[in-house]
Each structure stands twice: as structure tokens, then as C-alpha cells.
Ligand binder design. Sequence first.
Ligand code: IPE
Ligand code: IPE
Ligand code: MG
Length: 238
Amino acid sequence: MFFRKKEKYEERVLPTHIAIIMDGNGRWAKKRSLPRSAGHAAGSKTFKTIARYCNKIGIRYLTVYAFSTENWKRPKSEVDNIMNILRDYLKDTDNFKEENIKLQFIGDRGPLAEDIKELMLKAEADSADATGLHLNIALNYGGRDEIVHAVKSIIRNGIGVDDITERTISDHLYTAGQPDPDFIIRPSGEYRLSNYLIWQSAYAEYWFSDVLWPDFSPRDLDRAIDDFSRRNRRFGGV
Ligand code: IPE
Ligand code: IPE
Ligand code: MG
């Protein structure tokens, strides 16, 4: 466990909304001659640790990429394995109830198994009044898919062409009502967004690391946040 003096937290600027691409589970397992499923199990532990840590240090929003619209290309056994990990997480409601974490899923729920959809709704309802971290889990999420979904609902709602603004689009995304992520973290040595939050990340700061997700620790997150703290965000100004 990594401890810091409280004053240290107060000195630095915390991001309001951190978004993480939890990548590298497969390579972590391969390095240890383990099956990919062991990597996903380890990655899920890291996810719980990092979510708790964000809650503890006062991060308001955390969005984690758990399964993309592209991840269906993987072997069925791996997809099933990832879905089972999610089932276990949602059944163990202490994970978020005791922590006062508010859970929300973002992504297209349509193709998911019925029992998972029910568990998702229940977790959201059970944690609706939580006042701690707002945790979005991106599941069957794709940024382009989200924009298509938004455009369709704008048209379905009969919003006039001349009334459409950037705000209209934001308000029809899965993240409606939330601040855009200001800090996007991708471990595992890949330097791409992989269709993650492509509208919302327009002005985010990025942080990349070679650490594989199962090895990612609160100390790594602290390093990233210290780095964020030192950045000069200009938003097009001077
Ligand atoms: C991320 O780890 C987990 C998911 C995409 C569900 P990967 O499974 O992509 O791990 P690598 O990239 O193969 O190492
Ligand atoms: C992004 O990781 C999706 C998740 C972490 C859920 P991928 O491993 O699927 O991304 P690519 O294939 O390297 O772009
Ligand atoms: Mg990957």
C-alpha cells in the first residue's frame, strides 16, 4: 500500500474525470505462461483496487474500458470469460455498496446476456444514491457507436436541425450530464484510443505507460496525477 501525507493531495490538481483503458491483461498472462483468463482475473483485481483508490483520494468520475464493440472479434471462450468476471463483480455488491460508489454502465446493452443486463440494472439502482466516486464501466462500448446512437435519438426526439449544438450531441451520449474526461490513461505501451470516448476526449490530457494493466498500482496512478498537475491546459487560449 502506498501512503502519502494528506497535504500532498491538497497541493496537486486532481483531474475531475479520469478515463482508463485497462489494457495488457493478455500480455501479462503470456509473460507468466498463464492462460489469458488469468490475465483478465488479475486485471479485474487491479480494477477494484484502482476504483477504491480513486474514491479514497476524491476523484469524482472514473470511466473504465472493460469491453469494446470490437472485442467481440475475440474467441468466444475469452468473451465468455470476461462476461463471467463481470457477473462475479456485480454479484458481490460490497464492491460498490460499502464503498459508496455510484455505478453506471455506458455502451450498447442490446447484445448482452439477459442475466447480465439485469445485474447491471440492479447495480445501478442499488448504488443510485451513492455520493462517492461515480464509476462508469464501458461495456460493449464504442465511441463511434455511441455517436450513431446519439444522432438517432436526436432525430427520434424531433430536435430541429437549427437547434442542434455541441451541447445537444453531448446530452445524447451515454455520458450525458457528466463532465468530459480531463485525463485519459492507457497502460500497456499502446498509443491509441481504440474507439474510446472519442467525442468526450476532445480536450483531455493523455498519459501512457508501459506497465501492463494487472501491474498498474495506486503508485502509478499517483505518478500520472502528479504529471497531470504540472500540465498547462490552454484550451486554445494563450
Ligand atoms: C484488456 O487486455 C482487456 C480487454 C480488452 C477486455 P487485453 O486482453 O487486450 O490484453 P492484451 O492487449 O492482449 O495484452
Ligand atoms: C481496448 O483494448 C479495449 C479495452 C481495454 C476494453 P484492446 O486491446 O481491445 O485494443 P486494441 O485492439 O489494442 O486497439
Ligand atoms: Mg489489448
